[in-house]
Ligand binder design. Structure first.
Ligand code: PLP
Length: 375
């Protein structure tokens, strides 16, 4: 079907744009010999895993369910990190994952034997205590009191037996200069233990597919760890894989006034684009401008009863009217993976726009998807 015929609300992933991103990432892999895996927590639309698997080395997971999804739907290298694993899930994790990364020496001691007996690789997450991001404290795993990774003070070299790799994840939407700064901290605090390792995982948060990203510097950082310590380097970006590769298509249901013009859409910031409120950020809206930039400015809001369920203020060339379709950009990542049915909101359909412009609906949702989670 044509883009204009898709039901709303609907997430539409743009195959061409996704593949463009994958080619950028694959170029880094080819030139450096590093491995890049998809962090599924950002984007888990498994209908596209065959395409992603053509370019990347595999998947990484935040827990058993994502690990299963990667195993079943991509079937390539499968990594996992969790703040803590449960007794009842570790054997299944070992059976389907290749790298199992622990967050503490106590978890390492508890489960290491079972990972090694299963022939899988044991990794340890370190915390280099090097904050390079400002503004988004909830996205900073190096903030004081962070529960993520073993700090230098807690490091217990005597327990490293069987550990073949170290993992750090400290970045969020950042460029390679912050990676370089982080590597300095990693070497300063943990460099002594790198020669005995086989691999290092740089985590995610590398905004590699953003226009101004410094790919040569990233490659220099990768080569530095390869050449100096003989390590295999892994990166596990989420955002960068599907950055700017999808849309959320919505319809205007009504317009009202309260000191300004307001449009109610058949979507919800809270349910369908929660990072708009959590991050927070203003998603691009195709054809619209900043407030006041074009003649007609509207506050765009959702259907829920949350007063703050607004997406932002945008301006338009013509007044909005019931039935107009609006297309938000950069809606592939951290959207469908975070959906809720708060207020009984319907879940948006999921669709693909192929390279030739044709669209197909992968999945539609209904009342049952709301009810089944509540009893
Ligand atoms: C969130 C996360 C990622 C992916 O981060 P992006 O910002 O989406 O690139 C990778 N690894 C770990 C451990 C994470 O927590």
């Amino acid at each position: 079907m044509r883009f204009e015929e898709l039901p709303t609300p609907c997430y539409v992933i743009d195959e061409q744009k996704l593949e463009d991103n994958l080619k950028v990432l694959n170029g880094v892999m080819k030139r450096t010999g590093c491995k890049i895996v998809l962090a599924q927590k950002a984007f888990s639309m498994f209908a596209l895993y065959p395409l992603i698997g053509k370019y990347l080395s595999g998947t990484t997971a935040s827990g058993l369910y994502e690990a299963r999804l990667g195993h079943e739907e991509m079937g390539k290298e499968n990594h996992i990190f969790s703040a803590a694993y449960r007794e009842g899930e570790i054997d299944e994790i070992v059976s389907i994952c290749d790298h199992i990364i622990f967050n503490s020496f106590s978890q390492l001691e508890k489960f290491k034997g079972r990972v090694l007996a299963g022939g899988k690789k044991v990794g340890l997450r370190i915390n280099p205590e090097c904050s390079t991001q400002t503004g988004h404290a909830i996205y900073d795993p190096c903030s004081p009191g962070s529960r993520f990774g073993v700090t230098q003070a807690q490091f217990r070299p005597a327990l490293l037996d069987g550990v073949t790799g170290l993992h750090f994840h400290t970045l969020c939407q950042q460029n390679a200069d912050d990676l370089e700064t982080t590597l300095d901290a990693v070497e300063e605090k943990f460099g002594e233990w790198l020669p005995q390792m086989e691999w290092i995982n740089f985590g995610g948060g590398h905004h590699i597919t953003r226009e101004d990203y410094d790919i040569p510097l990233l490659e220099k950082c990768i080569k530095r760890m390869q050449d100096k310590y003989g390590l295999e380097v892994y990166l596990e970006p989420g955002e960068a894989v599907a950055l700017n590769a999808g849309y959320l298509v919505t319809t205007v249901l009504d317009t009202v006034k309260n000191g300004m013009d307001i449009a109610i859409l058949d979507t919800s910031a809270s349910c369908h684009m929660p990072d708009v409120l959590e991050m927070p950020y203003r998603p691009p809206l195709i054809g619209a401008g900043e407030p006041g930039e074009k003649p007609y400015t509207y506050r765009l809001g959702g259907q829920t009863c949350l007063a703050g369920d607004t997406i932002g203020d945008y301006s338009f060339d013509k007044p909005l009217k019931e039935g107009d379709r609006l297309v938000f950009d950069d809606m592939a990542i951290y959207t469908m993976v975070k959906n809720t049915t708060f207020n009984g909101m319907p879940l948006p359909a999921i669709a693909i726009q192929y390279k030739n412009g044709d669209c197909t609906i992968v999945r539609e949702f209904g009342y049952h998807d709301f009810k089944m989670r509540l009893g």
